[in-house]
Design a protein around this ligand. Structure first.
Ligand SMILES: C[S@@+](CC[C@H](N)C(=O)[O-])C[C@H]1O[C@@H](n2cnc3c(N)ncnc32)[C@H](O)[C@@H]1O
Length: 294
């Protein structure tokens, strides 16, 4: 990807051409290459050295704007082998879990690589993403998409059923996008550093409830659940109003942090405040709230 501060295009830059009817194409500029669309042919050489944000024309006069693609644009272009995660969730997850340069993080499953790309971009060349999937075929598709973004070097791909655990230890964060995250929280706990972040996304409330129970069982604290809606508007000043369609539901996000609890020194009030105890625990509490969990 090109540096955001640059004002003109150069070979090796990812460019986005946006033509009529919002039709958008993203590709890497290469000297001597041509880009063919149903709206005509464009020589890469004619695009090199152009100012970002200007108009260019194909051989038959079709107009396009030439732009630096945002990360959202890149994620939209990812080939889908599976259901993918969307920018509205990805942006929030990265901030919430504090994922940034130099961090070591894991995710499962890789799927189509949408979230993998965002993680790799966030941790940068000094960080590392460990991405697990049980299916080699979807990982191969994901790798091709991620290669186009120049982010493959930041990722270790592993083909494995995560039931058998993760190789890494002391990770900063772990995120699961699988249908049964509640079955793998022991494995996640083993891979995280103390205080490390856990997150997952699930589409149904049934899965949320199972995950909440499992998070308590595995001593995760600071548990939060949310879902994120984004509403778009038609940007015509004379009849400004919401767009006709919106995505009503994608999934519930669940977060928690690995904490260490000394069972001889438990403070029930604090444990309750950080989401490790429920109402039932409080009502029946005689100080033996961990019965059956050892
Ligand atoms: C919904 S997709 C993940 C999409 C991905 N987050 C993205 O943004 O493109 C779920 C993936 O989890 C993988 N998966 C499901 N169960 C798994 C398991 N037990 N171990 C490893 N991968 C698993 C599936 O093969 C599938 O590729």
């Amino acid at each position: 990807m090109s540096e955001k501060s640059e004002t003109v295009t150069k070979p090796g830059d990812l460019v986005q051409l946006v033509g009529l009817s919002h039709k958008s194409f993203i590709f890497t500029l290469q000297e001597g290459a041509e880009f063919h669309t149903h709206r005509g042919v464009i020589k890469h050489d004619d695009l090199i050295g152009k100012q970002w944000g200007t108009q260019i024309f194909s051989h038959n006069g079709s107009p396009f704007f030439i732009l630096q693609p945002s990360f959202t644009d890149l994620l939209r272009g990812i080939k889908r082998a599976t259901q993918i995660m969307y920018p509205k969730e990805i942006g929030y997850i990265l901030l919430y879990m504090g994922i940034g340069p130099g961090q070591h993080v894991l995710e499962a499953g890789t799927g189509s690589g949408s979230f993998t790309s965002a993680l790799a971009h966030a941790v940068g060349s000094t960080g590392r993403v460990y991405s697990y999937d049980i299916k080699e075929s979807s990982q191969e598709i994901a790798k091709k998409s991620i290669a186009k973004l120049g982010l493959l070097d930041h990722i270790d791909f592993k083909v494995r059923d995560i039931q058998s655990g993760f190789d890494e230890r002391n990770l900063d964060a772990a995120f699961l996008d699988v249908s049964n995250p509640y079955d793998y929280l022991k494995q996640v706990r083993d891979a995280l550093k103390p205080g490390g972040y856990f997150g997952c996304i699930v589409p149904t409330t049934n899965q949320v409830i199972k995950t909440l129970v499992a998070l308590r069982r595995e001593d995760f604290a600071f548990i939060e659940v949310c879902d994120i809606s984004v509403k778009f508007y038609k940007t015509e000043p004379t009849r400004f109003r919401p767009t006709d369609r919106m995505i009503a539901h994608t999934g519930y996000l669940i977060f928690g942090r690995k904490v260490q609890v000394d069972r001889d020194l438990v403070d029930l009030k604090l444990l309750k405040e950080v989401g490790m105890l429920g109402l039932d625990d409080e009502d029946s509490s005689d100080g033996d709230v961990f019965e059956g969990q050892e």
